[in-house]
Design a protein around this ligand. Structure first.
Ligand SMILES: Cc1cc2nc3c(=O)[nH]c(=O)nc-3n(C[C@H](O)[C@H](O)[C@H](O)COP(=O)(O)O)c2cc1C
Ligand SMILES: Nc1ccn([C@@H]2O[C@H](COP(=O)(O)OP(=O)(O)O)[C@@H](O)[C@H]2O)c(=O)n1
Ligand SMILES: [Mg+2]
Length: 247
């Protein structure tokens, strides 16, 4: 036993393992010369050789040394080590790709309808969202976890609806995030057979007005249709909101 384990090899060894996996398929062995490997890693031949040796000691590769090089196979443990790296990158790059929020339908103050109908906003909705919203905002009381989760929306690129003013007052900006909304808490299989109402609407937006009377626990949604009718919702109905980052 060498005392070196998969978790104790350094980044340089993992990079070497990755280079090996990239140049051959994971299932077979490949003929490797230390100088060719060194070129790919931008390191000296001695360094490449030492890294291969460490990888072997950690059981991440098997080697058979022959006169003109060596046969190298990435072991199952080696593949698992690469899978762990892959999972990390997935988390980094896919984490921000979508946010799923849960809550229940609630009635608000009856003001959403008024704001949505104002021409200074309506013109921008048509231009920037590509539709004329139903007059109102569907209000959703978020669950505790989703209140925290919605904070991640701030890292998404919104469609910005600019503030404006008329003779009497100023109106604040609002930020829109493309979202699909789904009746239910997201856990049940969707029963679409025979029911009058659809269960999911794809082309909605979460809207966060910069000036609002609501706290973080209330989410507002706009759409080209009346979602209460479209999805058969009433106060208290559970709703799942899938916000996807536009890239
Ligand atoms: C596009 C849009 C713009 C808004 N702009 C303002 C604003 O300038 N000032 C303000 O006090 N509230 C503004 N509001 C927020 C509303 O006053 C209210 O907090 C929110 O829309 C909730 O309405 P509801 O409870 O009737 O659904 C705006 C709302 C929307 C949808
Ligand atoms: N796309 C939309 C927008 C609003 N609505 C509903 O339309 C009504 C008018 O919206 P509102 O924002 O003026 O009213 P409240 O949210 O204050 O109750 C409310 O019952 C909303 O829930 C909807 O079903 N679908
Ligand atoms: Mg509303």
């Amino acid at each position: 036993m060498s005392g070196i384990t998969a978790s104790s090899v350094g980044h340089a060894e993992l990079a070497t393992l990755k280079a090996l996996a990239l140049s051959g398929d994971l299932d077979g062995d490949q003929k490797v010369s230390c100088s060719a490997l060194a070129d790919r890693l931008d390191a000296s031949t001695q360094t490449a050789s030492r890294r291969l040796q460490r990888l072997e000691e950690a059981d991440l590769v098997d080697r058979e040394i022959v006169s003109d090089g060596q046969w190298v196979t990435v072991t199952e443990a080696g593949e698992r080590a690469l899978q762990r790296e892959y999972a990390d990158y997935r988390r980094i790059f896919e984490r921000d790709a979508s946010v799923e929020l849960h809550g229940s339908i609630t009635s608000g103050m009856g003001e959403g309808r008024h704001y949505i109908s104002l021409p200074g906003y309506m013109r921008q909705f048509e231009d920037r969202l590509g539709y004329e919203p139903f007059l109102g905002t569907l209000n959703v009381e978020l669950g505790e976890e989703s209140v925290r989760e919605r904070g991640r929306l701030s890292s998404f690129e919104p469609v910005t609806i600019d503030g404006w003013e008329d003779d009497e007052r100023t109106y604040g900006p609002a930020y829109c995030y493309p979202a699909a909304v789904e009746a239910g808490d997201g856990s049940e299989a969707t029963a679409s057979d025979g029911g009058e109402a659809a269960s999911r609407f794809e082309d909605a937006h979460v809207i966060t007005p910069e000036r609002t009377h609501h706290g973080d626990d209330q989410l507002e949604i706009i759409a080209p249709v009346k979602l209460r009718d479209e999805l058969g919702l009433e106060d208290g109905s559970p709703l799942t909101i899938h916000v996807t980052e536009q890239r």
